[in-house]
Design a protein around this ligand. Structure first.
Ligand SMILES: NC(=O)c1ccc[n+]([C@@H]2O[C@H](COP(=O)([O-])OP(=O)(O)OC[C@H]3O[C@@H](n4cnc5c(N)ncnc54)[C@H](OP(=O)(O)O)[C@@H]3O)[C@@H](O)[C@H]2O)c1
Length: 326
């Protein structure tokens, strides 16, 4: 592949979703500014989220409303861009295969970031059999076998700390939770297992840094394993205790054996919570720990800390309490 082209006109799919919003914010705030930023969204979302869409337009974002499954709509949208970032949700991961095919045939698109932003789906030999990885693995296989002319990046961030360092509801609470109001926590494993986390804001920060980082010759597809910090459930708990007056919280533990039992039961019943159990089991087994972290490869942008994340989690619960949601 020839020299690394510069991503300057960015089209984002999934911009109004959980992580898409954070990615878009960092794209908009990036300095120096990108030449053009657009989002591709469905007519349903454009109607339902009309206020948010209006604000984006006011901030200079072009809004393309179309059907992600329409070849015509996507082809037309691609004409004004050179880089595609997909933040499409888990249920539509395979939609990216036609999006990649169209990008590969497009005269303008040279760079594509498939929707990853999570667990390393090729961590070790066992990854190939993990159920939640299957659709993303199919996308990577398609790229390996059919897409040779695009610059591809898989941005692997591990779990989002905003979710990991927070309160889980319902059955998922057994997989680990931090309840500020009740001063209670459930810790995964024995609490001492290390986990590497990325804050949602930092997913956007690291993605912008990756966009600014040229590819080494013949290095596409490239995998960038980045994170904000590595910690343990016990260290997170200690930080919560410190920031909530120093008093000890009530703590229980979900051993990994118990988590495996819950996962097996949910898989047998076809319960969608199995995905949460599987991912938490992978994280608890050390599946987010990499030999090397790639933040340096993308210029070591400033990332958030455990202390800041715990502060945000405490503030979230306090404001939820004040607004009567708790
Ligand atoms: N690391 C972690 O802890 C973690 C946690 C959650 C997710 N993730 C990963 O982050 C990525 C994005 O997930 P997300 O949770 O942010 O996604 P999401 O909020 O579920 O969906 C993102 C967007 O995808 C589009 N979309 C969803 N369903 C669609 C459908 N049926 N038809 C057409 N478009 C559809 C929508 O875009 P429009 O409305 O704009 O059309 C939606 O806003 C995934 O790869 C996921 O695995 C990682």
């Amino acid at each position: 592949m020839a020299t690394s082209p510069v991503p300057s006109k960015i089209l984002l799919f999934g911009a109004t979703g959980v992580i898409g919003k954070f990615i878009l914010e960092q794209l908009i705030e990036a300095k120096p500014a990108f030449e053009k930023i657009g989002i591709f969204t469905s007519p349903g979302t454009a109607e339902k989220k009309a206020d948010a869409i209006k604000k984006l337009k006011e901030r200079g974002v072009e809004v393309v409303v179309g059907d992600v499954n329409s070849e015509e709509d996507v082809k037309k949208a691609y004409e004004a861009y050179n880089t595609v970032i997909s933040a499409l949700g888990r249920s539509v991961i395979l939609t990216q295969i036609p999006l990649l095919t169209l990008a590969s045939a497009s005269p303008t698109i040279h760079t594509f970031y498939p929707s990853e932003y999570g667990t390393d789906i090729e961590y070790d030999a066992s990854s190939a059999a993990e159920k939640p990885h299957q659709l993303k693995l199919q996308v990577r296989k398609h790229i390996r076998e059919h897409i040779a002319n695009l610059h591809i990046t898989y941005l692997v961030t591990g779990p989002y700390s905003d979710l990991f360092i927070g309160k889980m509801g319902g059955a998922a609470a057994a997989t680990g939770t931090f309840d500020v109001a009740g001063k209670k926590a459930v810790l995964l494993g024995n609490g001492e297992g290390e986990v590497s986390l990325t804050t949602m804001r930092d997913v956007g920060v690291l993605l912008v840094a990756a966009l600014r980082t040229p590819y080494a010759p013949s290095s596409s597809p490239r995998v960038l394993k980045v994170n904000s910090f590595t910690t343990t459930p016990a260290a997170i708990l200690a930080e919560f205790e410190r920031q909530t007056g120093g008093e000890k919280w009530d703590v229980t533990y979900t051993e990994l054996g118990e988590l495996r039992r819950l996962e097996k039961e949910a898989l047998e019943k076809g319960d969608p919570i199995a995905t949460v159990y599987t991912l938490r089991r992978i994280w608890g087994e050390g599946g987010t720990l990499y030999k090397e972290r790639d933040n340096g490869r993308v210029g070591e942008p400033e990332v958030e800390t455990l202390e800041e994340q715990v502060r945000k989690a405490v503030e979230r619960e306090v404001s939820a309490f004040q607004s009567g949601e708790l």
